[in-house]
Each structure stands twice: as C-alpha cells, then as structure tokens.
Write a protein that binds this ligand. Structure first.
Ligand SMILES: Cc1ncc(COP(=O)(O)O)c(C=O)c1O
Length: 397
C-alpha cells in the first residue's frame, strides 16, 4: 500500500469517534459531536434532579422552544411539526392514521427502505389497501427520467405515494418537488421519507408539495439518537394521531397537543436538536449551506477518485451527487442470507479497519459500496479506501 493509514480531518476532535477505525459511514446512524452530547446529558440531569418539576413545569416550554428552533431551520410553521423518535415512526404514524377507503392503493418505488416497506405490508393487511411498486432505474441520466418512472405507477385508485427524499441503498435524491407538482389537483397524497435529508440538503417540508414529511435529526443534523420530526400539512392534521396514544390526547386537542405527551420518556435527544443545529456551523466556522456544499464537493471528488480506481462509472450525474453516493461493484454472484454482511464489507472492517457498507440491492442483486462524506472525514481516507478496493477487487484481473 502506498498510503499510510490516514488521518481524519481536523474537525474530528469534536467527536468521540474511535480513530483506530476509518469511519466512512456517517449515513447509517449519524454521529453526534461531544458538545451536543453534553447538552443532552444536561437535560438528563435536569430531569433527574426533580422529575416532577422537569416533566410538569419545565418540559412544556423546552418542548415548544425546540419545535420553534426546528421550524426556523426547516423554514416552516412550527405548529405543523411534531416530535417522533425516528423516520420509521414518522412513516408508521401516517400509515396508521390515514382514513383508508375501499380500493385505496399505495405506490412505492424499488428504492424504498425495507423497514418502511415492512410497515406498509402490516398496515395493508390491517386496513385493506393494496401496494404497487414501480422500478426507478439506476443508473439514471437525468431527474425527468425518475419523475416519469414514478408517475407511470399512479392509477385512479392511488391514495398515497410513499417516496424517499434520499434513498438508503442507492443514495438517490428523488426530485420530490417535481413529482409533487405533477400530482397537484389529483387525489394522490405524498408522504416523503426524509430520513437522510435534514442537514444533508436544504429542506422546506411546507414547500415540497407533500402532505406529510418525516425527517431524522440524528443523521446528518447530528442530534443524539432518537430525534426526528413529522411535518403534516394543516388540512390533514385533524386525523393524524401518535402511535402511542397517551394522556393529552383527546380529539378536542390540537395536532401538537395530541402528540405532546407520549408517556414517560427521555426527550433529551429531541431537546438537543437546537444545540445540534447550532454546533455544526460552529465547529466548521461556516453556515449550514456551506457545510453542505463542502460535503458535496468532497463526495464528488471521492466519486471521481473511486470511479477511476475501480473502472466503474458513477451511476448518477455529477451535479446530483450529495454527501452520500453508491458506486457499483462487480456482483457477488449469490444472494446474501438475512442478516449476513457482504464478505467485502467484513474484509474491509476486519483486515483494513474501514467501516463502510457494501450493499446488495434489488431483484438483480446489484452491488454497491456506499460512501458518506462528512466534515470529520478527509480525502486521504478515501484515497486509502481506493487503494484497498483496487487491491481487493482488481488484484485477480
Ligand atoms: C430512507 C430511509 N428511511 C428510513 C430510515 C430509518 O431511519 P430510522 O432508523 O432512524 O427510523 C433510513 C435509515 O437509514 C433510511 O435510509
């Protein structure tokens, strides 16, 4: 190997990340900066010093302030936001609340996150709706191809389109605004699974044209785990209820009041969202927009680098590459067992100390390496990855 085991960027000092491993997988679970974790611990201490005072006297205000801060970041009315623990819960909340009618159908794409597909199957059995799945081809050349693929799946009975903003296996950035504008005036509602979007791309849920938008704050926004939101268009709020029906939850209450008290729980992750929103720009010394731009630039450089090293074309136009990208690899030649990691992923981890997902996806078992670029990563880390992959994948050629 030409390159020594490489360093992280200077910003790594703000994280607890184990530097003996090359962590190139911010996308799976995010990673929270030390100062945000300290803030979370403060909230936990505040709770334990006097639980009743915290839950009954202090929490209402803290909760409201958090939603306002988040609303300002998402440039939407904070009244339309509620707390959920994660995007999976956001999707479940909507699917369990929609007043389904006979013959309703839900449209999804082949890029959907498996957990959401599982939820959909359960609710389909419970409420009697049907599911249609369209193939959105990958690689693609331009956004309009994606829009056309998705629209082809709409039928007269389609009640809901559930679509990722950024997909998990393929890191495809769906043009949800264009899709929504084509659905305007129809009976089709749009539920966007924005698990990866907050902190990766600028988002304004109320401007997307969607009726429901859920996003994780614990991935690219770097809040502690268990911090997410659900935004619902005002006209749909009346029938959206939390999964965990609890005290402040009678029909006379407003949308936010129905969601406010989900039973006794630790809300410190959620309450730390404002600190996360403030921390990344502080660490980086630049605005969120500039942080995002820096991540895209790095991801584009990494894409070029790995593409030329591995002689594989990047599957999407360069301008569409965001923090996370999936580069095709030669197929494994067999399907993975449930719960089995790809052998290359295991080799990268155990032999080279690189943490990065190798994904086997879809009916044809396409295989990708999905890299995430975040402020603590350095280009040298990807140069090292490129050399390792070249050695492992091309050595027998
Ligand atoms: C597109 C998509 N949806 C949903 C999820 C689930 O996120 P969570 O486990 O935080 O609910 C993920 C996780 O990576 C995802 O990529």
């Amino acid at each position: 190997m030409k390159t020594m085991f490489p360093f992280y960027s200077e910003h790594i000092k703000h994280w607890n990340i184990d530097q003996s491993i090359l962590f190139l997988n911010h996308g799976s679970f995010g990673a929270t900066p030390i100062k945000v974790l300290e803030q979370q611990q403060q909230f936990q201490l505040q709770l334990e010093r006097q639980p009743l005072r915290f839950f009954m006297r202090e929490l209402p205000d803290l909760h409201q302030k958090t939603l306002q801060h988040l609303g300002a970041f998402l440039q939407c009315n904070p009244q339309d936001l509620v707390y959920v623990r994660n995007a999976t819960e956001g999707v479940n909340t909507v699917l369990s609340s929609i007043p389904w009618q006979k013959n309703d159908r839900v449209l999804i794409t082949n890029h959907i996150y498996q957990a959401c597909k599982n939820a959909l199957f359960i609710y389909a059995q419970r409420y009697g709706f049907e599911i249609d799945e369209v193939e959105v081809s990958y690689p693609y050349q331009n956004e309009d191809e994606i829009v056309q693929c998705v629209l082809k799946g709409i039928t007269k009975n389609t009640r809901l389109l559930l679509i990722d903003h950024i997909s998990s296996p393929t890191a495809l950035h769906f043009p949800i605004e264009k899709i929504a504008s084509n659905l305007k005036g129809s009976r089709v509602e749009l539920l966007v699974d924005g698990a990866h979007a907050p902190g990766m791309i600028p988002i304004q849920p109320s401007e997307t044209g969607a009726q429901y938008y859920t996003g994780n704050c614990h991935k690219w926004l770097c809040a502690p785990k268990g911090a997410a939101f659900l935004w619902v268009e005002p006209k749909c709020q009346e029938y959206i209820n939390p999964l965990n029906i609890s005290m402040i939850n009678v029909k006379t209450q407003s949308f936010q009041d129905r969601f406010y008290w989900g039973g006794t729980q630790d809300l410190s992750s959620f309450l730390s969202i404002p600190k996360a929103i403030e921390s990344i720009p502080e660490i980086f010394g630049k605005s969120w927009e500039e942080v995002m731009e820096r991540n895209y630039m790095m991801s584009r450089k990494v894409s070029q680098l790995l593409s030329s090293k591995l002689q594989q074309l990047v599957p999407i136009p360069e301008g569409s590459i965001i923090n996370m990208c999936s580069l095709p690899l030669p197929k494994l030649g067999r399907a993975l067992q449930p719960g089995e990691f790809d052998p290359l992923q295991e080799k990268l981890y155990y032999e080279y100390k690189i943490e990065i997902p190798v994904i086997n996806w879809g009916r044809e078992n396409q295989r990708f390496i999905r890299y995430s670029c975040f402020v603590y990563n350095s280009l040298e880390q990807y140069e090292y990855l490129g050399e390792v992959l070249e050695r492992e994948l091309l050595k027998n050629k």
